[in-house]
Ligand binder design. Structure first.
Ligand SMILES: O=C[C@H](O)[C@H](O)COP(=O)(O)O
Length: 153
């Protein structure tokens, strides 16, 4: 069983995205990497345009997971969380990365290339891929509150 991962970055996150893409393509847990750009550091499209497209791919089921990178990870996180059904978090530490899956069932991890170094970012993504959400856990009911709210409003 492999996962499809959607990727996106603005110009600030482009270089780190390329490194993460390379790592993901070499990872046997990953079946496919869908790279929604930018594909060139000179492409200055704003982060929401890239992040929303990748998050929509996750919401549509084209990808199970997403990694979105901008300068801080914050803009990508805000953008992705506007897409119905998507739970995104910015995280630059191992514990938050773990809990984003195990507590919150986040499909999308966002990171800031101006915050985290490339080696730590790659390690975090590697760890992140190893976690899965347990729908029978006590956390599931908490996440269900969010989904219920989303469906009601
Ligand atoms: O959250 C936004 C990102 O960090 C982006 O890469 C930079 O945005 P800014 O140019 O508005 O600071």
């Amino acid at each position: 069983m492999t996962v499809t991962v959607a990727l996106a970055a603005d110009d600030a996150g482009f270089e780190l995205k390329q490194l993460i893409a390379e790592q993901l393509r070499a990872d046997e847990r990953v079946g496919e990497v869908l790279d929604y750009g930018v594909h060139d550091a000179s492409d200055d499209r704003a982060y929401p345009r890239l992040g929303l497209t990748a998050a929509e791919a996750v919401a549509a089921g084209d990808a199970e997971r997403g990694v979105l990178i901008c300068g801080t990870g914050i803009g990508m996180c805000i953008s992705a969380n506007k897409v119905g059904g998507v739970r995104a978090t910015v995280a630059h530490d191992s514990y938050s990365v773990e809990r984003s899956i195990k507590s919150n069932d986040c499909q999308v991890l966002t990171m800031g290339s101006r915050v985290v170094g490339p080696e730590l970012a790659k390690r975090l993504v590697d760890e992140w891929l190893g976690y899965s959400f347990d729908p029978a856990s006590a956390s599931a009911e908490k996440v269900a509150h969010i989904t219920h709210y989303e469906h009601q409003h």
